[in-house]
Structure formats: structure tokens, C-alpha cells
Write a protein that binds this ligand. Sequence first.
Ligand SMILES: CC(=O)N[C@H]1[C@@H](OP(=O)(O)OP(=O)(O)OC[C@H]2O[C@@H](n3ccc(=O)[nH]c3=O)[C@H](O)[C@@H]2O)O[C@H](CO)[C@@H](O)[C@@H]1O[C@H](C)C(=O)N[C@@H](C)C(=O)N[C@H](CCC(=O)O)C(=O)O
Ligand SMILES: Nc1ncnc2c1ncn2[C@@H]1O[C@H](COP(=O)(O)OP(=O)(O)OP(=O)(O)O)[C@@H](O)[C@H]1O
Length: 511
Amino acid sequence: MTMTLSGIITVLKDAGLFKELIVAGKWHDRAPEELANRTVLDLSYDSRTVKEGTLFFCKGLKFDPKYLTMAANQGASVAMAPADYSAQLKTSEHPDLPQVIVTDIQKAMATVSRAFFGYPDRNLTVIGYTGTKGKTTSVYFTRHVMAKALGKVVAQLSSIDECLDGETFIPAHLTTPESLDLFRMMKEAVDNQMKYLVMEVSSQSYKKSRVFGLPLDIGVFLNISPDHISPVEHPSFEDYLACKSEIIDNCRILVVNRECSQYDYLAEKAHDLGKQVISFGSDQSAADYQYRLGEHGYFTVTTANPALPKLDGDFRVMMPGDFNVANALAALTVAAQVAPVSEDFRAGLAETTVPGRMEFIKDKQGVVACVDYAHNYLSLTASFNFMKHEFKDGRLIVVIGAAGGKAESRRKDIGRALSQYADVAILTSEDNFFEDPHQIAADIKENIDNPDLEVIVNVDRKAAIEQAYAMAKPGDALFMAAKGRETFMHEKGKDVPYQGDYQITKQLMEK
Ligand SMILES: CC(=O)N[C@H]1[C@@H](OP(=O)(O)OP(=O)(O)OC[C@H]2O[C@@H](n3ccc(=O)[nH]c3=O)[C@H](O)[C@@H]2O)O[C@H](CO)[C@@H](O)[C@@H]1O[C@H](C)C(=O)N[C@@H](C)C(=O)N[C@H](CCC(=O)O)C(=O)O
Ligand SMILES: Nc1ncnc2c1ncn2[C@@H]1O[C@H](COP(=O)(O)OP(=O)(O)OP(=O)(O)O)[C@@H](O)[C@H]1O
């Protein structure tokens, strides 16, 4: 793929993002003749990967102009920046490196990347999931159901892994990739003959314009509750909601949980923008597609809106918890809009589990352990509720921490959820980042107001899991929160290898 400098400027102008072009300290409103045909051979926002002919994006909170100098020395053909870096770049040493100044560097990067990779979204049916909880699970359900019904033509982007050819899975770095990476991956998916893309769309990806300009054929809104509110994420719940509800602006059909607390707001916004709205929910709601809960993951679906494809019948989800039935119905609703409803829907759903989400291990003595990814009030109360209901005779022993440096309100919520449901809480490390895990544990402890709850602090996570298992009696249930199958811990700017909650627990219990 290549683009010329003048082609890039045209794309930016069309999007209203172009400000100025600077060459050797001089300002232009279009590329001078001798530069207009300069070719861009690749794109990068990391100077360490810049090669001859790369367009380098100067972006990021920790961006340092010395990265631009590095990129220029390595042969960058064009730089794109939110401000003039001529002074730091020493233009005398790089007189012919054009700097394209834009009004919004994140939006410009998304816009140029989409054009550079040939608008790959035009060759894919794109389905995006947002919500405070259930995105990864629902994306997994959807891909399995659609792949069963339509064949190996469904790509996936989730916070666990990415699949661009319908069969190879590689670990993911972010829930929603940076725009440049996203469009590059979409192009690869198209080259691999994929016809569909099912992806997670995080609130951060809206905040940082990672999906700017990406049209979604179907946008799914699962749920929302206060989370990710911190100086580095969202300043308030209103901002969090506004970011998430941007999914409505760029989708054609909105699939929405009828029981979501913000349903009225979301449906009204969608109607105002002329979007089709399809809702799903329990049989206690007025949803278009409704589920009635049965036992052991079985549920019955009724299509209440005769204008929609019929989805009626009995299904089974292999992942425990009523919330997973709601996730499953979201996936079935989506699949029914893009594929003929068939027996494959039932089969695809019944074969899906998600690594590190509600995974159970049992020992010979009758102790049960659940390894899960819950780490906020919505998910902890949902999963604790299931545990207390299912294992009512024993104690609920929870191993839990909270991430350092972000969403500090979670500590209050964790304290609250533990107070409501747990019998023993072992407070430990999660991803501490630059914080002291003892302080994080103290913050959680301060918010525990149940005197009957036994609270232990053990900041070594592996030792905390061993301690939990050592104190468990037959009938007790262990719950390891927030890490799933992750095999690293974020510690002081590094990813420190970690055996993994699932791996540790399995080894202990199967000894
Ligand atoms: C706060 C935030 O969202 N940060 C993301 C953002 O970073 P940034 O643009 O500010 O970049 P930076 O880390 O300050 O680095 C500055 C720039 O210098 C460049 N650089 C750096 C070194 C060098 O030698 N040369 C060089 O050019 C870097 O490539 C980068 O472009 O863009 C980066 C990708 O371009 C992301 O990796 C990074 O995610 C950080 C790691 C992160 O933790 N993000 C979380 C909050 C996040 O996005 N989470 C959501 C899920 C949560 C939700 O549901 O909302 C997600 O989608 O994953
Ligand atoms: N619909 C739901 N409502 C409440 N809790 C849920 C729901 N779905 C899943 N959970 C809980 O949240 C945890 C994380 O689920 P999942 O990974 O699917 O969500 P996510 O939205 O991708 O989360 P994250 O943003 O943290 O990556 C699960 O392990 C489960 O405990």
C-alpha cells in the first residue's frame, strides 16, 4: 500500500482535520510541487519501527519530540503532528521532512490509516460490542455462532486475543487496538478472505478516537455502570456514558439490552439519529427478543417483534451465571440479523467457553474454585450472586485485589461487594502498576463494613491463592477475581511473568 503526500492532505482536508504543512520552517496550505508526489510506504506511531518512507505520527501523552528526530534519522518521509516541532527537530538537518499539522492527531491517524489500508471496513460486515461487562464473552459467543452458521469467514478482536483468518489466535494488547493497528488488521482480515469482523469497542477507544470513522453495521450496547472513572480514563460517569454511547453515532443497527439502566437515553438517541433499534432482554422486559431462564444454562427464546427474524426455541449456554444468558441472547440477536437462523446457532453457542471467565475446578474433597475476570461492582455482584446461590452450604472465600493507578472508585465497590457476599476475603495484588499493594489492600479494607467478614492481607498473589485453598473445607467455594488466565502482572512499568490464577489453582487442586 502506498499514498502520496498530496493524497494524504486531501483525505485530511475532506475530514476537516488539516491545518498546515510545514517544510523547512515554511508554512503551506498544500504540498509544494516537488513534494506532492512524495510516497508514503508505511505508517507508524512508534519511532523504533520507522523505516525509509514511513509516515510518522507524533502522538501520545508521553510523546517526546526526540522520537521525531529518531524517526527522521531513520528515513521517515512525512511527519504528522498536532503542533510544529521544527525547533526540536533541527530543520537544518532535515530540511525536506514535511510536517503535516492537524487539528486532532488521534482522529487524523484514524482517518489516514483507514485510507492508507484501503477502507477495509467496506469489505467486512463489522459488529462492535460495548458495555461495562460482557464484551469479551459476547464477542466469543457471536464469533462461534456465526462461524458455525457461515463458515471460516469471521474475524475477531477481543481483549484476550485477535483472529484475522478464522483459525489463528494471537494474544491481544488492548481491548480495542490503536486505529493504525486496527485498520492494518482489518486489511489483513480482508486479504484472508474474512467477511465479518466481531470486535470489542472500549470506552477508551472512543475517548482516544481509535475507532474514529469506522462504520459499524451493528453496534451492541450491553450494559453500563460506573467504572473507569479516574484522571487517566474518564473524569465522570457522564463522560464514560457519552463515550460509550458514541457507538450509536457510527452504527447502522443498534442492538441494545432492554434492561440496561440507560436504555431510554440510548433508544432515544438512536431514534433521533434514524438508527434501527433491536432490543434483547428477559421475559420480564418489553424486549424484541426475550429469554426465559431454565436450569443449568438452558433458556428459551421468544421473538416478541414479528418484524424481526424468528429466533424462537431452546438454547444452552455452557458458561454459568444468568448474566451469561443475557450475553448469549445478545450474540444470538446479532447472528440472526446477519445469517439465516438454523440449528448451527444452538450448536455454536453450546460449544463456547471463554478462557479465564467463570472457569470452574473441583478437587476430590468437594472444594470448588472459580477463576474469573470480575473486577468492578457490576461483575463482582453478578458473579458473587451466582456463587452464593449455587454453593449455598459452604463459605465463599474470595482472592482479590484492585489495579493501581486507575479507577480508584473500584476499591470502594470491591469493599461493598465483599461486604455483601463474601465470608473470607484475601486481599492481594492485581496489577499494581506504580502503587504499593499494601496501600491498595488498605483502601479496600477501609470500605468493608461487614464485621462477620474475615479479612486477610497477603500481597503475594500465588501465596494468597494457596492460603485460600489451604483454609477451604469441603463445600466451600473459592473465587479468584480479576486476572482470569493472564500470565503477567503490571508492576512498575513492566509486565512481570505470573503463572496465572487458573494455572496455579488447577495445579493445587489436582495434586
Ligand atoms: C491512557 C491510554 O489509553 N493510553 C494508550 C495510548 O497511549 P498514548 O497515545 O498516550 O501513548 P504513550 O504511551 O504516552 O506513548 C507516547 C508515544 O510515543 C511513542 N514512542 C515511545 C517510545 C519511543 O522510543 N518512540 C516512540 O515513538 C509511542 O509509540 C507512543 O505513540 O495509546 C497507546 C497505543 O497507541 C496505548 O497502548 C495506551 O494504552 C495504555 C497502555 C493503557 O493502559 N490503556 C488502557 C487505559 C486502555 O486503553 N484500556 C481500554 C480498556 C478499558 C476500557 O474498557 O475503556 C482498551 O481498549 O484496552
Ligand atoms: N453481562 C454481564 N453483566 C455483569 N457481569 C458480567 C456480564 N458478563 C460478564 N460478566 C462478568 O464480568 C467478567 C468479565 O467479562 P468479560 O470479559 O466478558 O467482560 P468485558 O466487558 O470484556 O470486561 P473488560 O472490560 O474488563 O475486559 C466476567 O468474568 C463475569 O464475572
